[in-house]
Design a protein around this ligand. Structure first.
Ligand code: GUN
Ligand code: ZN
Length: 437
């Protein structure tokens, strides 16, 4: 269906660069009475509202979102779609959580019907919370990835995902082999990568569940498809790290395992990166790999506190993510609120404009997609979120005291959730009010 022209009117906010401190007003563009002209899933122009716009875009539908904020859709750089029904599982630590709940639940995704049902619920939920792009893990079953990509394609969402590869230390029903993991990944990658708005991520789950042979075959895939993403986990919990070191005793550290198998690089997303050696930070920097901060998960599972200042000092690229189902909310607002608290405990500052940069342009950069998403600019995808800082009675009361944009953003982050998301546009179409369309 060809889409007509739409003008979104409201208070427009988009980042231009990473903020250099809490008052770096040059890092963003804010238009009090702004207009975003959208056509065919793409942004055509962004500027001041003017009735003359109607002459330039005759027949355009105007959607007046004043006094709400119009921003680029949120981006989540690490999430497990098969873990929707794992959220809120009670465990001592990561390994108990994985073995007791997660590795049981994920076995259900051998069933294509179950995978399709959860994939549909997953995208409904992302959109309800204002998230328009995610880097997602499927399960070991090719059917889980098929269901995910088919549903993302149907909704025309920009998504990154991959079938998990895991060939040891998990229940039989959740294991592939180096060869089947390779073959299945290759077939999925050929079928889905670059189709519409979809991207493939080569996904060895983590060193604990991949044999050296499997990591070697992952390297082979990465060499054949240098533009594909690679996603995995590293240095999340103390017990996990001890096990990784036992499994790969001849390598210098946990990051060194992925380094040895050629899995680091600018398209590599490494979940967690909490307990890091200096050498490991240096390797992330040298390879341009991305450290993904997952605050709600790290607090809920009790894994540890991410050291953002140390990563920044090492010039490591950083993303931020929900990590559902270790994480506890689909909301990037809730995620950055918890991220703020983690950093408070570390004695580090995270200003509201840095937070909103991270959920939009910052995460787009982490995914090397900054020319396509994470910004409101001509030619970018029309993935847009509309936010209401008066979404609840208590937020409305607090807004009476708010004087600056920065204070409003901080209130949205501290108290906001799905209720603060008035609308989410996916490729120019309003998608929150009409789930599944
Ligand atoms: N490490 C390996 N798999 C997982 C997972 O599913 N969730 C989290 N939080 N950590 C992991
Ligand atoms: Zn994860």
């Amino acid at each position: 269906m060809a889409l007509g022209k739409t003008i979104l009117r409201g208070r427009v906010l988009t980042f231009l660069d990473e903020p250099n401190g809490p008052d770096d007003h040059s890092s963003y563009r804010y238009i009090e009475d702004g207009a975003v002209l959208v056509e065919g899933g793409t942004i055509v122009s962004v500027g001041e509202w003017s009735p003359a716009l109607m002459l330039a875009a005759p027949g355009a539908e105007v959607i007046d979102h004043r006094p709400h904020l119009i921003m680029p859709g949120f981006i989540d750089t690490h999430i497990h779609y098969p873990q929707m029904q794992v959220v809120g599982s009670y465990a001592k630590d990561l390994l108990e959580w994985l073995n007791t709940y997660t590795f049981i639940e994920e076995q259900r995704f051998a069933d294509a019907g179950h995978a399709a049902r959860i994939a549909s619920a997953f995208f409904d939920e992302l959109v309800r919370y204002g998230t328009t792009t995610a880097a997602a893990y499927c399960t070991v079953h090719p059917a889980s990835a098929e269901a995910f990509f088919a549903e993302a394609e149907r909704r025309d969402m920009r998504m990154i995902a991959g079938k998990v590869m895991m060939d040891r230390n998990a229940p039989e029903g959740l294991l592939d082999t180096p060869q089947t993991g390779y073959d299945e990944t290759l077939a999925l990658l050929r079928k889905w990568d670059g189709k519409g708005r979809l991207h493939y991520a080569i996904t060895p789950r983590f060193a604990l569940t991949s044999s050296p042979e499997q990591l070697e075959m992952s390297q082979d895939l990465a060499r054949q498809f240098p533009d594909a993403y690679i996603q995995t986990h590293v240095n999340e919990s103390v017990g996990e790290i001890a096990f990784a070191r036992e499994l790969y005793p001849n390598l210098p550290d946990y990051v060194g395992i992925y380094e040895h198998y050629g899995l680091l690089g600018p398209k590599t997303l490494l979940g967690h990166c909490i307990h890091m050696q200096d050498r490991e930070i240096e390797m992330l920097y040298e390879t341009g790999s991305v450290a993904v901060f997952c605050p709600t998960s790290n607090l809920f599972i009790g894994s540890g506190l991410f050291d953002r200042a140390r990563m920044q000092k090492g010039n490591v690229r950083i993303g931020v993510a929900t990590d559902i189902g270790g994480g506890t909310s689909y909301s990037m607002l809730r995620t950055l609120d918890e991220g703020y608290k983690v950093l408070q405990l570390k004695g580090q500052r995270l200003s509201p404009i840095e937070s909103f940069f991270m959920m939009t342009l910052g995460n787009a950069r982490a995914l090397s997609l900054e020319h396509t998403i994470g910004v409101l600019a001509p030619q970018a995808d029309a993935d847009i979120v509309v936010l209401d800082a008066r979404a609840t009675p208590s937020m409305a009361l607090k807004m009476e005291q708010v004087e600056t944009l920065s204070e409003e953003l901080f209130l949205l982050q501290t108290c906001g959730d799905d209720r603060a998301v008035v609308e989410t546009y996916v490729a120019g179409r309003p998608a929150k009010a009409r789930p599944g369309t």
